[in-house]
Design a protein around this ligand. Structure first.
Ligand SMILES: Cc1cc2nc3c(=O)[nH]c(=O)nc-3n(C[C@H](O)[C@H](O)[C@H](O)COP(=O)(O)OP(=O)(O)OC[C@H]3O[C@@H](n4cnc5c(N)ncnc54)[C@H](O)[C@@H]3O)c2cc1C
Length: 387
């Protein structure tokens, strides 16, 4: 039964979301106040249980909330990997103590989390990881290196897959552990990219300490839990949740393919894209996009609980990443030489944005597991094909 209706949300927004907040800068006191107000009612984590600070909303109520917020230009502050990855994993596998310790702080946006999975020698073959955690009294002593740790230079905590039994078969000797980044044993080195940005880092553990209570689930049983966390990640990346259901399509207007094609390639007298080859490509891309959106809608409708689905998340991760790459690639092709700018006055903001999102979209089929890895999961775990 619905307990949260549009009127209740509208009244609350009218009282709590002002024009001042709407126009304030990210990081400003007004934004902080907005986060605080949302967190007080649990709406920074609308679907999490109330006992851990969440809003206790059903999937449908969550969608109602987001739609009403969207109408007035309000949004929920990004909860990063706390909200999207480790939070839901703790809800499923954490002890009561772990949930009470970590979840309310994620709800209040007080801690930032990062993901310590990949290593220089273990990416797609994640179970080949070699970072070691050795039990010493009540503590684990951790040594090793992670790589591509997004946002590690700003994070307070890291959830990491570590090897707790080097003698067991590789999948059976892994644990998932929570590590406080604020200690001498943890060093972070940002990786500078060709763009000049450093979105991810190398993270080194040199006798870093985690307590016995920081391990999630039983020792050496971390592989299944770590894989479940990846399903939360892939579900988020492909927009399978309530946020995806209400995602604004407005932002894409200036990159609307048919509009771009008519502007850059030309328009025939009967209003069609002048070039038939580009016309076909734009239509095909639009059809693929629509069928993905409709299939996602069907999946959401059939999954009334709103809980993250299992291995089929790989299908949507694969399709979403592939579509994203095709879409941004077609945009720059339509723009011709205008779609090749990196900076400078010779290009509009939209053109510069298109080049950057084209390059950025290349990462979509690598982050969260590569396309080939998703195909392997679909073959083995969804279709049940032999190894
Ligand atoms: C934007 C971005 C953010 C990231 N953030 C994080 C993060 O926060 N934390 C984290 O831990 N990691 C992060 N990663 C790392 C990411 O998870 C890995 O890059 C990814 O899993 C691939 O591993 P790899 O780079 O070692 O490539 P490799 O595993 O070396 O793969 C190289 C190529 O070989 C192919 N390949 C490998 N094995 C197989 C196989 N069995 N069958 C078929 N093809 C195969 C791959 O598909 C790929 O094309 C991030 C990556 C990106 C791009």
């Amino acid at each position: 039964m619905m307990t949260l209706d549009t009127e209740t949300v509208r009244d609350w927004l009218e009282e709590n979301f002002s024009e001042g907040i709407k126009n304030s800068a990210i990081g400003s006191d007004q934004r902080k106040e907005w986060t605080k107000r949302l967190a007080t009612i649990g709406w920074t984590a609308p679907h999490w249980p109330k006992e851990y600070g969440g809003g206790g909303l059903s999937f449908q109520e969550h969608v109602v909330l987001l739609k009403e917020m969207q109408k007035v230009g309000a949004s929920i502050p990004d909860g990063g990997m706390g909200m999207g990855l480790i939070g839901p994993t703790l809800l499923e596998y954490g002890t009561e103590e772990q949930k009470l310790r970590h979840l309310p702080r994620i709800v209040r946006r007080e801690v930032r989390w990062c993901q310590g999975y990949s290593e220089p020698g273990a990416g797609s073959d994640l179970a080949g990881l070699s970072t070691r955690a050795v039990l010493d009294g009540d503590n684990y002593v951790i040594n090793g290196q992670k790589i591509w740790t997004s946002g590690a230079n700003h994070a307070d905590w890291i959830f990491a897959l570590v090897r707790t039994n080097p003698d067991a078969p590789k999948h059976d000797g892994i644990s998932l552990v929570l590590i406080d980044m604020d200690q001498p044993g943890v060093t972070v080195k940002p990786i500078r990219l060709i763009s000049g940005e450093s979105p991810f880092c190398e993270t080194f553990f040199d006798n870093a300490i985690a307590t016995k209570n920081d391990l999630i689930g039983k020792p050496n049983h971390g592989w299944a839990i770590g894989k479940r966390l990846l399903q939360h990640e892939r579900s988020g990346l492909s927009g399978m949740g309530a946020e995806g259901a209400t995602a604004s399509k407005k932002g894409s207007q200036e990159y609307h393919l048919a509009r771009l094609a008519k502007k850059y390639v030309g328009e025939s007298t009967d209003g069609k894209i002048a070039d038939p080859a580009f016309r076909n490509e734009v239509i095909q891309q639009r059809l693929n996009q629509l069928s993905l959106e409709l299939t996602l809608n069907r999946v959401r409708e059939e999954n009334a609980s709103g809980k993250t689905l299992g291995e089929i998340t790989s299908i949507f991760k694969l399709l979403g990443a592939s579509q994203g790459k095709k879409n941004t690639s077609l945009q720059v092709q339509l723009m011709g030489s205008n779609g090749t700018g990196w900076e400078g006055d010779g290009f509009t903001q939209a053109e510069l944005g298109a080049t950057r999102s084209w390059l950025g979209s290349r990462a979509g089929s690598i982050a969260g597991g590569t396309n080939e890895v998703q195909l392997n999961i679909i073959a083995k775990r969804v279709l049940g094909l032999p190894d």
